[in-house]
Design a protein around this ligand. Structure first.
Ligand SMILES: CC(C)(COP(=O)(O)OP(=O)(O)OC[C@H]1O[C@@H](n2cnc3c(N)ncnc32)[C@H](O)[C@@H]1OP(=O)(O)O)[C@@H](O)C(=O)NCCC(=O)NCCS
Length: 172
């Protein structure tokens, strides 16, 4: 059974490991090893993760089967979101599964959980940015009821690239 629970302060090593592994597996073949190594070093350092889980507005959760970590989710409240920082909504900044377990329906369960959590936190809209070069993820979000409402460009080692901005309004 899938279990989703908050990352605790003494679990930062596990968090760092799953963040780095899933990021590398998802993007290294597109962006190259050097750029990915640099991103991981800068964004997934222990210091950075410690700040992230302690500000109370960015929420990190492990996704587990039994006691094994198979993925993680990061959602952000207003004031702590990337790019847009929209009001009255939740941003899904990261939703990742180990590659060995993708395509088995866990992502769908994770998204249903995020929707419940969004409502628990008092919001009724979710947005996210997804890289245009990640068509499987774009299709996944469309299947989950998200629609594209804009684009956002960002710098990459190989030049500028862009995200689709997608949103879902939750039913009452
Ligand atoms: C995106 C992700 C969380 C979806 O979870 P999942 O468990 O693979 O998705 P599900 O099994 O619930 O749904 C599968 C559907 O999503 C799509 N999909 C997305 N990524 C997929 C993948 N890597 N492998 C297989 N299917 C994938 C398929 O279109 C599939 O559609 P189908 O049901 O018609 O076959 C997961 O695939 C993942 O971690 N991918 C890599 C990281 C990533 O891209 N994260 C999003 C960054 S914005």
């Amino acid at each position: 059974m899938l279990i989703i629970e908050p990352v605790l302060p003494n679990e930062l090593m596990d968090l760092q490991e799953i963040m780095a592994t899933t990021f590398r597996d998802s993007y290294e073949n597109i962006d190259g090893k050097q750029a990915i190594d640099l991103y991981i070093k800068e964004h997934f350092s222990q210091d950075r993760l410690k700040k992230l889980i302690s500000n109370g507005k960015q929420h990190l959760y492990f996704v587990k089967i039994d006691k094994t970590i198979i993925g993680y989710i990061q959602i952000n409240e207003p004031g702590y979101q990337s790019d847009l920082d929209e009001q009255n909504c939740i941003e899904i900044q990261r939703i990742y599964l180990n590659k060995e377990v993708q395509g088995n329906g866990y992502g769908t369960q994770m998204m249903a959980w995020v929707e419940r959590e969004t409502k628990n936190l008092g919001y009724s809209r979710i947005w996210l940015g997804v890289w245009k070069l990640n068509p499987r993820a774009v299709q996944f979000y469309i299947d989950q009821g998200f629609s594209i409402f804009g684009t956002h460009s960002f710098p990459m080692a190989s030049g500028q690239d862009s995200d689709y901005l997608m949103e879902k309004i939750l039913a009452e």
